[in-house]
Design a protein around this ligand. Structure first.
Ligand code: UD1
Length: 420
């Protein structure tokens, strides 16, 4: 299995182009199931998760043409040949559960293995199932599978106990082909939800209110093909912003939506980093500054994203002063702490909080990427660590960062991908 080897380097300097959003493209790909016409998706990032979603779509009968050179995907599903997502694929990616809503709406049934993906807490899918049940699905859960069936789907009023991103997306997709109106309350407000709603509306759906906590979906009889470019990845954006800050560098990020990274900008400014938003992009400069600590609490959008918690923790380990991080979205999302501590960080877990001593000089070590964002945090720490950092299980990182090594190298990082 491949590993990353890194050496400490000076400040990252230069420009980086941010790729299309992983969390936007995955539900948009799943939504292609809702029509038998061709869908064309642009700004597609070259990622393992996108490969897995291509395989999942092929397994239910899709013809998928993927051209990463130009970042385009063409999906056409003339006939659904199977309503079942194979276990070996579902195990690789939790977002496989995004097939549930579209399959149910298009064929009246689905059978899906219980989901896999990052090992960050229990991550149940009860809210997805409650929503689909409210639309008329009979759901049967066995040891390894979830099966659902519906004669027809009928719009309903659904309140989510927590604004789950995946549940909001599944319900939006299923309700688009249901009879009548669905009102989804306490819905997730993430930019990826808005991007999916825009795609569905291009397909002929009637979705209003995406990006607020109440989404209204007026069901239509059928949907048609559509062409859509996905939004830039706000977590990749945030990761490169922190990469600039942790190396005390100066980086211009291109292809970004600064509104989507407001909480990250605010926290970096609180730490003493300069962030300049211009027509060219977002410039993150920490060359002249003594950085200081800031506390963080993760929340659903527009709060501070849980997907940036580990990368910020790496930064906070290196700045002056202690800080407290509170993870409220996922339990057990602190597996990177043990690995960061092996690199010289001083971080303690106290209940759902992590206390970061700050001001540490990091050193290289052999560490393991336990999940996607934990892996990104280790790469960021490796940029600042004295000696060699060796990161194993990097397939987690490659699930969600397109050409991470290439982009970092262009900014001056010493990082190599070595195949075992
Ligand atoms: C999505 C993102 C992921 C991000 C997360 C939160 C994708 C492909 N992934 O994941 O990168 O970290 O949003 O911003 O878009 N929950 C339940 N029951 C459910 C569903 C969720 O209790 O039925 C809980 C989860 O266990 C978790 C919280 O709700 O504690 C948030 O999960 P959710 O918003 O659903 O995240 P995902 O859609 O899985």
């Amino acid at each position: 299995m491949a590993k990353y080897f890194m050496e400490m380097n000076g400040p990252l300097l230069g420009e980086v182009e941010i790729s299309g959003s992983k969390n936007a493209v995955l539900p948009i790909m799943a939504a292609a199931i809702l029509t038998d016409e061709k869908c064309e998706i642009l700004e597609v990032p070259e990622l393992r998760d996108v490969d897995v979603m291509c395989q999942l779509l092929r397994s239910v009968g899709a013809e998928v043409k993927c051209d990463y050179e130009i970042g385009s995907l063409e999906i056409i599903i003339k006939e659904i040949l199977a309503e079942e997502a194979p276990l070996e694929l579902v195990k690789k990616m939790r977002a496989s559960n995004l097939l549930m809503g579209p399959l149910l709406a298009k064929t009246g049934r689905f059978k899906i293995a219980l989901p896999g993906g990052c090992a960050i807490g229990a991550r149940p899918i009860d809210l997805h199932l409650k929503g689909l049940h409210a639309l008329g699905a009979n759901i049967k859960i066995s040891e390894n599978y979830i099966e659902a069936q519906a004669e027809r789907l009928v719009g309903a009023k659904i309140y989510l106990d927590f604004p789950s991103v995946g549940a909001t997306e599944n319900i939006m997709m299923a309700a688009s082909l249901a009879e009548g109106v669905t009102i989804l309350e306490n819905a997730a407000e993430e930019p990826e939800i808005v991007d999916l709603a825009n795609f569905l509306n291009k397909m002929g759906a009637k979705v209003k209110g995406a990006g607020t906590d109440t989404i209204k979906i007026e069901g239509v009889k059928s949907l048609h093909g559509a062409k859509h470019g996905v939004i830039p990845d706000r977590i990749e954006t945030g990761t490169f912003m922190v990469a600039a800050a942790i190396t005390r560098g100066d980086v211009l990020l291109k292809n970004v939506v600064s509104d989507h990274v407001k909480p990250i900008i605010a926290k970096l400014i609180e730490c003493g980093v300069e962030v300049i938003d211009s027509d060219e992009g977002l410039r993150v400069r920490a060359t002249n500054n003594e950085l200081i600590a800031a506390d963080i609490k993760t929340l659903p959008y527009p709060g501070f994203p849980t997907d940036m918690q580990s990368q910020f923790m790496a930064l906070l380990a290196t700045v002056n002063g202690p800080s407290v991080i509170i993870e409220t979205v996922f339990e057990n999302r602190y597996m990177h702490i043990e690995e960061l501590n092996r690199m010289g960080a001083q971080i303690k877990i106290e209940g759902r909080s992590a206390v970061v001593s700050g001001g540490q000089k990091l050193h290289g070590a052999q560490v393991i990427a336990t999940d996607l964002r934990a892996g990104a945090a280790l790469v960021l720490a490796g940029l600042m660590a004295e000696g060699t950092t060796e990161i194993a299980e990097i397939y987690h990182i490659e699930r969600g960062y397109a050409d991470f090594v290439g982009k970092l190298t262009k900014l001056g990082a010493n990082i190599r991908r070595v195949k075992a």
